[in-house]
Write a protein that binds this ligand. Structure first.
Ligand SMILES: NC(=O)c1ccc[n+]([C@@H]2O[C@H](COP(=O)([O-])OP(=O)(O)OC[C@H]3O[C@@H](n4cnc5c(N)ncnc54)[C@H](OP(=O)(O)O)[C@@H]3O)[C@@H](O)[C@H]2O)c1
Length: 311
């Protein structure tokens, strides 16, 4: 996402180098959205995968989010004919004839989820989609969708700072045998260990609007990061590695997505795979960042209202 949108300017050569380095390191899941930079992200991934064995990489695509040329956001379109349309453009931009996991980014309140899932299921039948996923929906929508067609995974924010899914959504997924793809594992950079209260932001950067990055909330959240830094130092790890390893420790059915756009960040993040947190580490982390410790919601009010998962 950050390679095309929302986190300020990105360097194309560095983005490509990061994707190549990820593939070479054995990363086999790439997540995108057709609205990340209005198709830019899909074209970037298509370019990065040129000459590679397509079968070795899983591409997960979110669709449905409506944008405008000024970067504005205008809800979601989950109508069956929109599904067919969005997918046709995505396949061309990715330069592929199938998407591994296809998912509506935000529930369309005007279209029953059964209709959207039914339309994606037709694309599965046609061989253009391999698995159907979900994004940011709650337990009821998960059940309704899964009743139409088996769902592979739910993509949703999950990190030390965003744990609301533990009450209801995660148990529902486990009951139904559906995986979880966790995003915002580094809380959009807040848990990177490098964020500062003085951080300059480019115009339009998501974090300029995100409640957790504002004023007193930011100061409080950076205090939590400092508590994690002490634990990280004791393990010879970085804060980012602790944050990723914590998500990895939550279950084999949880896949962390990490939004790196530079090779050095990727290398650091991959280091989390060698970090096995002990029970003592996990207890210390829980004490440093208890459930609900984050100051501020994970999105600003208008975007929160679009989240079926938060109803
Ligand atoms: N389903 C949804 O609604 C939804 C919503 C948002 C995102 N997503 C998906 O989830 C992916 C990840 O989310 P995200 O990028 O928002 O969140 P994230 O992974 O929590 O945070 C990314 C931020 O952390 C920084 N970072 C990455 N690795 C680092 C490291 N090792 N050390 C220090 N800083 C590091 C990145 O910096 P640099 O950019 O400078 O590398 C970037 O600022 C996105 O790319 C997107 O595909 C899905």
């Amino acid at each position: 996402m950050g390679m095309s949108d929302l986190y300020g300017p990105a360097d194309e050569a560095e983005s490509l180098a990061t994707i190549y380095a990820a593939l070479d390191a054995g990363v086999n899941l790439i997540d995108t959205g057709d609205f990340y930079g209005m198709g830019h992200n899909e074209m970037l991934i298509g370019r990065a995968l040129r000459g590679r064995d397509r079968e070795q990489v899983m591409i997960s695509v979110k669709f449905g989010t409506l944008r405008d040329a000024a970067g504005g956001w205008h809800g979601s379109d989950g109508r069956p004919k929109a599904v067919a349309n969005f997918l046709a453009y995505t396949l061309r931009r990715l330069d592929t004839d199938y998407v591994d996991i296809y998912r509506l980014s935000r529930l369309d309140p005007e279209v029953p989820i059964e209709e959207t899932i039914g339309a994606i299921a037709e694309q599965v039948q046609a061989g253009r989609v391999r698995h159907i996923g979900l994004s940011e929906v709650g337990a009821e929508a998960i059940r309704r969708a899964n009743a139409v067609h088996p769902i592979s995974d739910l993509q949703i924010e999950y990190s030390l700072l965003s744990r609301s899914i533990e009450a209801d959504i995660l148990p529902t997924l486990r009951e139904l045998g559906i995986g979880l793809t966790a995003y915002g594992v580094l809380s959009r950079g807040l848990l990177s260990g490098r964020w500062t209260a003085e951080q300059a932001l480019a115009p339009g950067d998501f974090r300029g609007f995100s409640p957790r990055f504002q004023g007193d909330n930011l100061v409080a959240n950076l205090g939590l990061v400092e508590a994690l830094r002490t634990i990280a130092a004791a393990r010879g790890a970085t804060v980012a590695q602790i944050a990723i390893a914590w998500v990895l420790s939550r279950g084999e059915d949880i896949v962390p997505l990490v939004g790196a756009r530079r090779p050095d960040r990727l290398t650091e993040s991959l280091g989390a795979l060698d970090l096995r947190l002990t029970d003592d580490d996990l207890a210390a982390i829980e004490l440093a960042v208890p459930v609900g410790a984050a100051a501020g919601e994970r999105y600003a009010a208008p975007a929160m209202a679009d989240l079926d998962s938060e109803r």
